[in-house]
Design a protein. Sequence first.
Length: 260
Amino acid sequence: MFIESSDIYVKESGNLPFVLCTVGEEKNQHAVERPRGLGQHHLIIVTSGKGEFRVPGETFTLSEGEGVLWKKDLPHSYKAVGAGFDTAFVTFLVSDGVFDYYQIGDQLKFEAYPQLLSSIRDLQKFCEGDSTLLTRSAEGYSWFVEWLYATLEPSVPLTGRVRRFLEANYSRQISLDDVADAVHMSKYALCHYYKEKCGSTVMKTLQDIRISKAKELLRFGGESIGEVAQSCGFVNLSYFDKVFQAASGCTPHEYRVKHK
């Protein structure tokens, strides 16, 4: 299990888009009682067996492949029903605006999509490897948006699904074909529809997201400008400088000095 060890990182969570607190798996899950809830949002899935879950006013059972998201401070408990109750979990902090956008209340039950367990394992492996506070925040945020996208996609309009995909993958090298495949459209139809509805192109939206994320990292992170560029999907530093200056009217260095 990975546990974020930096108290400063957690305490200053308001300055970061996402704080990954813990991630891991629990074999033979022991009974948990949290009458005052947890200080972080808590996503848990059942990977084997069956468990009984309780929140104020409700008791329910989850089996393998089912999960629940609890917002922070919600009193809850859970325990095994029979033998072989295993779980995987992620706890984190993120702006309540995300939950408001998706109209998520204190609790959301969901069916785990097929890749969710492997993505949690990959996230744990990433955090336990050669990661930094900044890269854990970025990777955790990408994981969370991917979960939102996969879990709630059917209720989100096409333009929203495009943006969710871009938000989840801005740190990677993605093409218009990748976006079109993700929303099950031809890239030509996607370009026409998106431009008509949003007044901008898909790739311009991706660039805007990358610049916005870069600004957050320049203001609140301590990584070099080259590392910020790479974390935001720019493989070429000079191109990052050029795009950033065109969008912001100043270089990344000037922006950092001005806003630190």
